[in-house]
Ligand binder design. Structure first.
Ligand code: ZN
Length: 834
């Protein structure tokens, strides 16, 4: 699954947006769940009414018993009506049995069951043996499930919404719309027979085997004939335009909102090339028969990797104006990478989720490298590394963790895989990936399976040596937390012509360990370049390196290969040398950061200015702006404003806008003439060609203007449509900063369901300034039940703060109707705080 995150627009996607959903979605059990059976095949035969939000039908489950004296078993089934459970002694159920065969109750045995709206316990008619195959039929229905299957419909305020249904099973939510063993340590083949009104299309896993019409209804029969875990079962119902292409005979079909076909063709144009690249890179062909991806309304994440049937958020289809700022290629690549990492091999329990997410994140970067080159790849990894460092500074946890996915699961893991690739080399890295998937295909996996594949790949039988062992690498990077913090310095001994390089690890050892991973070092002299690797430890290590003359630059952790915090004492001129001469963008960015301490000195101002204006890679210019904005040098403001206007790449213009406040804080005199600034920024918004830069100009305005001036300055842009409502969101966030009472009406307007979740959540959050207002509390109370989980999370926080007695019955009702234990716990805490 992919969070709403993209390096290019991360700055504006607020945290509120993912509010709490993220930590709630996985893992109830701290240890791996066990069952007394092994599911072989799941077949759903259901009718779905998108308008009435109703699901009714049968779940067929074929299993093999995993114990002697098997007399009963338990399935997950949340908030359903279970009508009947039958044993079909005439099994085995096979894929070609599509439910059309006339079978009467004569053959079927009705079984006793207990159902408590959460677990379905089924009692057998007699005791069965180990490894017996049994077939069950569960008759059930459910209306508007709390999670798992989402029904989108038009509302009074937003009548243009289309009826649409889509599922989101990961982590353990498919149990809300069909009974199943809802845990990733069991794989089964699956089948979906879904009957819907004929005006709709359906999408599910695998291959469409048959489609039959009866009156105004159509039954679609989907078959996924290779095993996968239950959270990957997908259902989509709606009306879409389709775009078909293929790779090597594999059909690739993209479903986009009606009328958006030409946008979709552009947004998803790399899909076939991505499939080709991954198939060839891993040496393992895309295995799922066909590939579908659908852009749905109001998706709660960025994307979800259901087997052969990916769901994407609607913003992944966009107009030309969006293109310079946002590309869906990263998202499409992430979900396609999961078709191997997550779907062919799936984490066996949630502690191992990095085996899905870090791999998908890393392969997304690898495609980036293939498509856009080394600088873009390095910059991606650099940003992922920064995410990991930020997350670590908030809460230190290992990648392997019981506490749910974090930035570690995605970002840090991708950097760790890149370090591994650097250590063992491209060829062995690819070999590792191939062995790992070939030996474990269609099985749940744990980290040891990957480590075994790695050892297998790096063990060279032609060399007469002990088998290589990288167990320590997993210990320090996967099972233990943190990263090295390195203090380093160097000097030159003119008598011996030696460079003396000192380094020591200074991280807190109580929550981390001493890292063995070596660092790449590059030393430049007049006559050439020397590369070495250096090991470090918790005691100062000194390397003496013979040079042919005094060094011009020492680049510790060249290419930013190893995730670390580096405190490097290095002369200004060496940083400048690195900035002006490095051919790797990432080394120039490191130099920019090294020059932060000297940013008021005029030679540094000049050098950074040059880079800001002329560097060939946009990411370096972006980072240069950030550093330059910290300068108190009197000439800084004039250059900054001029370069901002001249900058052609809107991604870099955004850096100027987002760092404008920082710059002006260093030059308070310039802030005095605020009306000139306001005029400048307003013009910029009106003529800006980029949605994202315009949104950032709104943000800059709100950061610079006094509170009482914000409303009038930003409100003209509230109706401006833009990609993922980026401008509207900036306006709503700005209103939250203003203290104008008129903001309330606007926030109320966008706080209702139908407005997209990302807008709604910001608007609802903004209402937090009006918790003494009855109208606001009233809206929050009444909208609590009808919203999706992320908005409910925001509302709950506000009600928890407001503690208005009128909310209590609404909270109690939500508590009573929910079947989500963790969510109920949260509501209970709030009720009891009243
Ligand atoms: Zn993912």
């Amino acid at each position: 699954m992919k969070r709403f995150y993209n390096p290019v627009y991360i700055l504006l996607l607020t945290v509120i947006f993912n509010f709490n959903v993220y930590s709630q979605m996985f893992g109830q059990e701290p240890t791996e769940r066990k069952s007394n059976f092994d599911v072989q095949h799941i077949k759903l035969d259901i009718s779905v009414d998108p308008v009435e939000k109703f699901v009714t039908g049968k779940a067929f489950i074929k299993l093999v018993t995993a114990e002697e004296n098997f007399t009963g078993f338990e399935l997950d089934a949340a908030g359903m009506n279970i009508k009947n459970v039958e044993l079909d002694p005439n099994g085995p159920m096979i894929i070609s049995y599509v439910g059309k065969t006339k079978r009467t109750g004569y053959y079927l045995k009705t079984l006793k069951f207990d159902y408590n709206k959460s677990k379905l316990k089924i009692y057998l008619d007699s005791s069965y043996n180990l490894s017996d195959t049994l077939n069950f039929i569960i008759h059930y229905n459910t209306t508007n499930p709390e999670k798992g299957l989402y029904f989108i419909s038009p509302t009074a305020e937003f009548p243009d919404k289309r009826y649409e249904v889509w599922s989101q099973g990961e982590g353990e939510d498919n149990r809300y719309w069909f009974p199943c063993y809802d845990y990733p340590n069991d794989m089964a083949t699956t089948e979906m027979l879904v009957t819907v009104s004929s005006q709709y299309q359906t999408i599910s896993n695998g291959v469409l085997k048959e489609k039959s019409d009866k009156l105004n209804y159509t039954t679609w029969h989907w078959v996924n004939d290779k095993p996968h875990v239950s959270y990957l079962v997908m259902l989509g119902i709606g009306q879409w335009d389709t775009i078909s292409t293929s790779w090597d005979g594999i059909p690739i079909i993209s479903y986009v909102p009606p009328g958006k076909k030409s946008w979709g063709q552009n947004s998803y144009r790399q899909t076939a090339d991505i499939m080709k690249f991954f198939s060839e890179y891993i040496g393992y062909r895309y295995p799922w028969g066909e590939f579908r991806q659908v852009a749905v309304q109001d998706f709660i994440y960025g994307g979800m990797e259901n087997t052969g049937a990916v769901v994407l958020f609607e913003g992944s289809v966009y107009d030309e104006k969006t293109e310079p700022d946002y590309s869906a290629t990263g998202l499409v690549a992430h979900e396609l990478a999961h078709q191997w990492w997550g779907d062919v091999v799936t984490c066996k329990n949630w502690n191992e989720i990095w085996l899905n997410e870090s791999f998908a994140t890393y392969f997304q970067c690898l495609y980036r490298e293939h498509e856009l080159g080394k600088d873009e790849f390095d910059y991606n990894i650099y940003r992922n590394g920064n995410e990991a460092l930020n997350a670590d500074s908030l809460s230190r946890r290992p990648i392997y963790t019981r506490s749910g996915p974090t930035a570690n699961t995605y970002d840090k893991g991708s950097v760790v895989l890149n370090m591994l690739r650097w250590m063992i080399g491209d060829e062995k890295f690819r070999k590792t990936m191939n062995i790992y998937i070939t030996q474990n295909q269609f099985k749940p996996v744990v980290t040891k399976n990957f480590a075994d594949a790695l050892h297998n790949a790096i063990d060279d039988p032609l060399l007469d040596q002990m088998p290589a062992n990288l167990t320590w690498f997993f210990e320090e990077w996967i099972y233990k937390a943190g990263q090295p913090e390195i203090k380093a310095d160097y000097s030159f001994d003119e008598n011996t012509n030696e460079l003396i390089l000192n380094a020591v690890q200074v991280q807190r050892m109580d929550s981390s360990s001493v890292f063995r991973t070596p660092f790449p070092i590059e030393i430049v002299t007049e006559k050439g370049t020397q590369s070495i690797t250096m090991e470090t430890s918790s005691e100062v290590k000194t390397y003496r390196i013979k040079l042919d003359g005094k060094s011009l630059n020492v680049n510790f952790n060249k290419g930013n290969k190893i995730l670390c915090k580096l405190y490097f004492t290095k002369p200004k001129n060496d940083w400048l040398y690195q900035l002006n001469n490095s051919t790797d963008a990432i080394d120039r960015i490191t130099a920019l950061n090294g020059l932060k301490d000297f940013i008021d000195e005029s030679d540094v101002v000049d050098a950074v200015k040059q880079v800001m204006r002329n560097d060939s890679f946009w990411g370096v210019r972006y980072e240069a702006v950030k550093v330059f904005a910290g300068s108190e040098n009197p000439a800084a403001v004039e250059h900054y404003m001029k370069y901002m206007i001249d900058e052609k790449d809107s991604r870099v213009r955004r850096a100027y806008l987002l760092n404008l406040k920082k710059l002006l804080d260093n030059h308070p005199a310039e802030k005095e003439n605020i009306s000139v600034l306001q005029y400048f920024l307003t013009n910029l918004i009106n003529y800006e060609t980029s949605y994202y830069a315009a949104a950032d100009a709104v943000t800059a305005l709100s950061q610079l203007l006094p509170k009482d001036k914000i409303y009038d300055a930003v409100i003209p842009y509230i109706e401006m449509d833009s990609h993922v409502d980026i401008i509207r969101r900036s306006v709503l966030t700005a209103l939250d900063l203003s203290d104008d009472p008129r903001s309330k009406e606007i926030l109320l307007k966008y706080a209702v369901y139908g407005s997209t979740a990302r807008v709604r959540n910001i608007a609802v959050n903004g209402l937090g300034s009006f918790l003494n207002d009855d109208e606001v509390i009233n809206l929050l109370n009444n909208k609590l039940a009808e919203n999706t989980r992320s908005t409910q999370g925001v509302i709950l926080s506000l009600l928890g703060k407001a503690k208005n007695p009128s909310s209590k019955p609404f909270l109690q009702k939500l508590y009573d109707t929910s079947n989500d234990e963790r969510f109920k716990e949260r509501i209970k805490t709030i009720i009891s705080s009243y």
